[in-house]
Design a protein around this ligand. Structure first.
Ligand code: GDP
Ligand code: FE
Ligand code: FE
Length: 198
């Protein structure tokens, strides 16, 4: 399956649509995640087209207004507890409804990987792990620990998920920020992979 099979239009047309709604820096990040996701798919024997499209689209909804997200939560009767969070959690968990509305994308595996790309899940498919990790290690990223994350991602996708989640939880706690319960579920499910022998 090509991007065109999934979307009904070409990658070029998708990029034009994304250029209308995302600032250049965010688009560059999305292109970096597309590339990183394709590389990880190749490395781990997953579908490169599916991973690439999920990576490219993962932050599609990043620039929606808070009001648009709150309306989507109502319209799709999503968990009302979501309303207590913000853009960081909404652009994935709620963003997939905007992606379906705007682009007509229906592939459940791609939509799921985008839904949980920020918070992960206790139960993640290979594609879910690829998008989650690609978002963290794509070549435009520059923060302390990113090189280690890139090295780990070459060895084990599970260890990379564990490392990224532990760093994120640490970071959020250090900043005194609330941690979405599903992020902690991800941490608990993957923490065993931080031990060398797993
Ligand atoms: P980005 O969209 O490419 O910037 O990356 P992500 O979608 O992975 O994360 C967006 C933001 O959400 C980052 O600043 C993360 O630190 C933050 N984030 C990740 N998990 C959680 C969480 O559980 N709770 C909160 N409040 N923020 C989180
Ligand atoms: Fe994101
Ligand atoms: Fe991202």
């Amino acid at each position: 399956m090509t991007y065109e099979n999934y979307l009904g239009f070409s990658r070029e047309v998708l990029l034009e649509k994304m250029r209308q709604i995302l600032p250049e820096k965010r688009l560059t990040h999305c292109l970096g995640v597309e590339k990183a996701a394709r590389d990880l798919a190749k490395r781990y024997g997953a579908d490169e087209e599916q991973a690439g499209l999920a990576g490219l689209l993962h932050d599609y909804a990043k620039k929606l207004s808070d009001q648009e997200f709150l309306d989507l939560i109502d319209r799709y009767e999503l968990d009302p507890a979501l309303k207590n969070w913000g853009n960081n959690v909404w652009h994935g968990m709620v963003g997939i409804y905007k992606i379906q509305e705007d682009l007509g994308l229906t592939d459940p595996a791609i939509l799921r990987s985008i839904e949980i790309h920020t918070v992960g899940s206790g139960q993640m498919s290979t594609l879910d792990k690829i998008v989650y990790v690609a978002d963290y290690i794509e070549h435009n990223r520059d923060f302390p620990g990113v090189e280690q994350a890139r090295d780990i991602a070459q060895v084990s996708l599970d260890r990379a998920v564990a490392y990224e989640t532990a760093r994120t939880v640490e970071h959020l706690a250090h900043q005194g920020l609330p941690i979405y319960p599903q992020t902690l579920e991800t941490y608990n499910a993957f923490v065993k992979y931080l031990k060398e022998e797993q």
